[in-house]
Design a binder for this molecule. Structure first.
Ligand SMILES: NC(=O)N[C@@H](CC(=O)O)C(=O)O
Ligand SMILES: [Zn+2]
Ligand SMILES: [Zn+2]
Length: 345
């Protein structure tokens, strides 16, 4: 049995850092493991311009504890009004690495999201032309569509037609949760890739209802059936370069999740790489973890791979019940339970 695993330092290609004191509370967890992260723009108000992204980037760097290094890779939030000129400014900035499509109403802070793809065609055409990736929360929002089907329906009715219209558009389908998404990405040309979270690889939808309702296991896209979890594990351990690590670590204060209408999002940054190691270990594919965590993402984003290393030891530790989160606390995945791998200091 492998006891120690040394790999090239990974990056997180889908992360929610929030802002202000909340960001300061969670940022060290990410910076300890990852060299870089694609930082999601769904703040209130959203990060819709290069100027807002520059200011947010400065706040992240200012919140970084002394002695830690971390590079935030910024994104813009696509709206019905995004100007193609702003897309050009984003590409020219050198620090904006993608533009995020949230269908309006699909998830946390998506009220200003896109109401119809037709409205954003000028921006998407510009992105295809200059090679700036589109990052996609791939769920339809139609209340008539079953919540467990929203990703598969998005692919059939919106993503596939979009790629037919703009075949050169570089697309990352974020936090995929279904066998349909895994199959679509695997079969697509090389300009289409996907991030996969640790929690969608570790849990199926039963985890939301174990002995009662489990709000800390609620995220979007919602956890799916076991057959989908297995398809995701198969995809990330297949050796395909189209799948890469994106935690979607999405912290919410405890009281906003333990509520009559609880927020969507799981906090996993405290143990991200160890949680992924559990998945690859159980699949007998620890040798595939490094490409997924450290190579496929930078290759897709056309950024250099990291050169320093991290080490994981097979050594269990118990996750705290909660972590400080500004004036509140956040309940991490596995709170009070064990994680089987430890990141060496
Ligand atoms: N994943 C989630 O359940 N929530 C994310 C938003 C998102 O990634 O859809 C959040 O910002 O809280
Ligand atoms: Zn999302
Ligand atoms: Zn997210």
């Amino acid at each position: 049995m492998t006891q120690t695993l040394t790999l090239t330092r990974p990056d997180d290609w889908h992360l929610h850092l929030r802002d202000g004191a909340l960001m300061a509370a969670v940022l060290p967890h990410t910076a300890r493991e990852f060299a870089r992260a694609i930082v999601m723009p769904n703040l209130k108000p959203p990060v819709t311009t290069v100027d807002l992204a520059a200011a947010y980037r400065d706040r992240i760097l200012a919140a970084l504890p002394a002695g830690m290094s971390f590079e935030p890779l910024m994104t813009l939030y696509l709206t019905d009004r995004t100007d193609p000129a702003e897309v050009e400014r984003a590409k020219a900035s050198g620090f904006v690495h993608g533009i995020k499509l949230y269908p309006a109403g699909a998830t946390t802070n998506s009220d200003s999201g896109v109401t119809s793809l037709d409205k954003v065609m000028p921006a998407l055409e510009k992105m295809a032309e200059i090679g700036l990736p589109l990052l996609v929360h791939g769920e339809v929002t139609d209340g008539d569509i079953d919540v467990f089907d929203r990703e598969a329906v998005f692919i059939d009715t919106l993503l596939a037609p979009l790629l037919q219209r703009l075949p050169s558009l570089r697309v990352v389908l974020e936090h995929i949760t279904t066998r349909q998404a895994a199959a679509f990405v695997a079969a697509a040309p090389e300009n289409v890739a996907a991030t996969v979270t640790a929690h969608h690889l570790l849990m199926n939808r039963n985890a939301m209802f174990t002995g009662g309702i489990r709000p800390h296991h609620y995220c979007l896209p919602v956890l799916k059936r076991e057959q989908h979890r297995q398809a995701l594990v198969q995809a990330v351990t297949s050796g395909s370069a189209k799948f890469f690590l994106g935690t979607d670590s999405a912290p919410h204060a405890r009281h906003t999740k333990e509520a009559s209408c609880g927020c969507a999002g799981m906090y996993t940054a405290h143990a991200a790489l160890p949680l992924y190691a559990e998945v690859f270990d159980r699949a007998g594919a620890l040798d595939k973890l490094e490409a997924f965590a450290s190579f496929n993402g930078p290759d897709f984003y056309r950024l250099p791979r990291n050169t320093d290393k991290v080490t994981l030891n097979r050594s269990a530790w118990t996750v705290p019940a909660e972590y400080p989160f500004g004036e509140h606390t956040v309940v991490p995945l596995r709170a009070g339970e064990e994680v089987q791998w430890t990141l060496a200091a």
